[in-house]
Design a protein around this ligand. Structure first.
Ligand code: SF4
Length: 316
């Protein structure tokens, strides 16, 4: 199938799905052209900020930064979400597909290494339409789908051949924990199926692939082993592929509802994070860890702080 017919077919199906929205596993079944569902996003994309982001994993940010768009609205309800204002409260500005395409091209003109779409799920139709427009005008950046992992396999199949890199979370190792901390009853069941589909489409990320292509799994270590880190790593290594890079994150910060939770009201201790690293070492996984200490692992450290150039601000 040619790339243009790939886009046309995806756009037609996504438009149909928006009339009784089942773009994501929440399946609100609302007409997105008239109202909003759990994600609070209507028929236009809504975004919070556009930045060159230097703190993503090295293949995503490179030397020149990841051209990053933070979209508003989310289908999860993580009680510790660090982006609460624009994820769950959905603050941001609505934007047409034509303007979104111009932003993609603007990021490319600023030297971005990738097009990093953060929380893209409810905006998929606008994103695919904008990509079609921008590609006609010369967009060539690898498209990074930066997601919580809680995705519908049916919708992901529409992105086959459109998304180059999946940068996906696996937050927990069972459904019960997902319900307690992210407000969906089937997080692990749904996300593991979604990861298998992502891997089927693009394989494990290879840093030397040209153009950049593949899957990276992110995992945020939580206090008191709430995230079930060892089981998560076992799933990635044994059930996806030993080649899939893991990005093991240590920067958990107890915010909002987490402050009064008996298990996750504190940061992750050094010992807890080191235990997670030991598991990465034991499995011989590839990927990135966040530590200042030199460790003999194939995983490489990534910066734990963001250096951000705000393109929206620089225009005003
Ligand atoms: S994308 Fe939004 S409206 Fe559609 S099913 Fe998911 S949460 Fe509901």
């Amino acid at each position: 199938m040619s790339i243009s017919s790939r886009f046309s077919q995806a756009i037609a199906t996504l438009k149909e799905k928006m009339r009784s929205c089942d773009l994501c596993p929440i399946q609100c079944k609302v007409n997105r052209h008239q109202t909003v569902g759990r994600c609070k996003v209507g028929d236009l994309a809504r975004l919070m900020s556009v930045v060159l982001h230097f703190g993503e994993e090295p293949p995503i940010s490179g030397e020149s930064g990841a051209g990053t768009i933070f979209f508003s609205g989310c289908n999860l309800r993580c009680i510790y979400c660090q982006n609460m204002n624009f994820s769950q409260l959905a603050k941001g500005i609505e934007i047409t597909q034509e303007d979104l395409a111009e932003i993609f091209l603007d990021l490319q003109n600023h030297g971005a290494k990738t097009l990093n779409l953060v929380s893209p799920t409810p905006h998929i139709l606008s994103i695919v339409e904008a990509l079609a427009i921008a590609k006609e005008k010369g967009l060539s950046l690898p498209v990074v789908y930066n997601t919580s992992g809680y995705e519908s396999v049916e919708t992901l199949r529409l992105l086959d051949g459109i998304v180059d890199v999946y940068l996906a979370d696996l937050k927990y190792a069972d459904d019960e924990t997902g319900y307690l901390y992210s407000g969906v009853k089937d997080y692990y069941t749904v996300t593991t199926k979604a990861l298998i589909e992502m891997h089927r489409q693009v394989g494990a990320l290879r840093e030397d692939s040209e153009p950049l292509k593949g899957l990276i799994v992110r995992h945020l270590v939580l206090p008191n082993n709430v995230a079930g880190t060892e089981k998560v790593l076992d799933f990635v290594f044994h059930s996806l592929s030993p080649s899939v890079p893991i990005s093991l994150m240590s920067q958990y910060n107890p915010l909002f509802g987490a402050r009064s939770d008996p298990l996750i009201s504190r940061k992750v201790s050094k010992e807890e994070y080191e235990k997670a690293i030991e598991k990465v070492i034991q499995l011989g996984m590839n990927g990135w860890i966040q530590t200042d200490e030199k460790k003999r692992v194939t995983a490489k450290p990534v910066p734990s702080t963001y250096k951000i150039i705000d393109l929206m601000k620089s225009k005003t």
